[in-house]
Design a protein around this ligand. Sequence first.
Ligand code: R1P
Ligand code: GUN
Length: 291
Amino acid sequence: MCSCSKNIYTYEKLSEIKDFLTEKISIQPKIGVICGSGLGSLGNAITDAVWINYADIPDFPVSTVEGHVGRFIFGCIRGVPVACMQGRFHYYEGYPLSICAMPVRLMKLFGISHLIASNAAGGLNPKYKVGDIMLQKDHFNLMGLAGLGPHIGPNDSRFGPRFFSMSNAYDEIILTKAKQIVERLNMQDKVHEGIYTCVGGPNYETVADVKALINLGVDAVGMSTVHEVIAARQCGIRCFAFSLITNVCSAEYGVDCTDIHSEAVLEVGKQMQEELQIFVEEVVEAISQDN
Ligand SMILES: O=P(O)(O)O[C@H]1O[C@H](CO)[C@@H](O)[C@H]1O
Ligand SMILES: Nc1nc2[nH]cnc2c(=O)[nH]1
């Protein structure tokens, strides 16, 4: 499958999926939440939850990666209606970026105004330690420079214009509020603000990759989020994203990095789950007060 293969998730198809889901839920989500690898427990913050497995949704893709349960949770976080994805789709699973980002468009049809995306990522910035959190100030669209994106191919303007700015991809107001929350929760020692990039994966980086990404000004590397944020910005959704640094990437030869594997990534998520759940709850509340 390549990223320019025909996008089967047309406006009409997504409207059908939306209608299917709407019959099963009683809320109208305002905020979309995407749980990164090992961060599915963010869904524990949701009350009055309705769980719908991706496998039970007609014509919906399924999650094939460990640490991604593969379901939607519709419910409320601190009284705010949300649609939460416990599991996302990645390019390395064989899905084109248009499918990886498709759930964002689906959530737009539900009427979400904001997206909170989380991910597990490797730390490139030498200051970052395992267990740290990076608030995404921006991203570097490496796959986009290679001609890959969620919006390649015919454009349906109901999902937004063909050409659009990405200069304020990550909402400054939400980022400022998130930083205030970090102070209030006394998390400032482990929280940074930085630049994320997405690579195709699923292998982790060589030392040469790490050196190049550092030179490009990137602070953390993963395999998701960028295309979701692009699809969101195209249809006018305001975005906030953060990375949990699950491992540090070595820019030097001779360093043993065999501890970088998916189980370790999931374990760090588990260790941080309670703290991150409260953080996300606070961000949701802050977003809702902004409207
Ligand atoms: O970006 P999320 O979904 O958090 O997952 C990250 O963790 C996995 C690698 O262990 C990759 O899928 C990478 O993208
Ligand atoms: N590409 C990439 N993705 C990750 N996800 C979690 N850690 C990493 C990493 O080191 N590199």
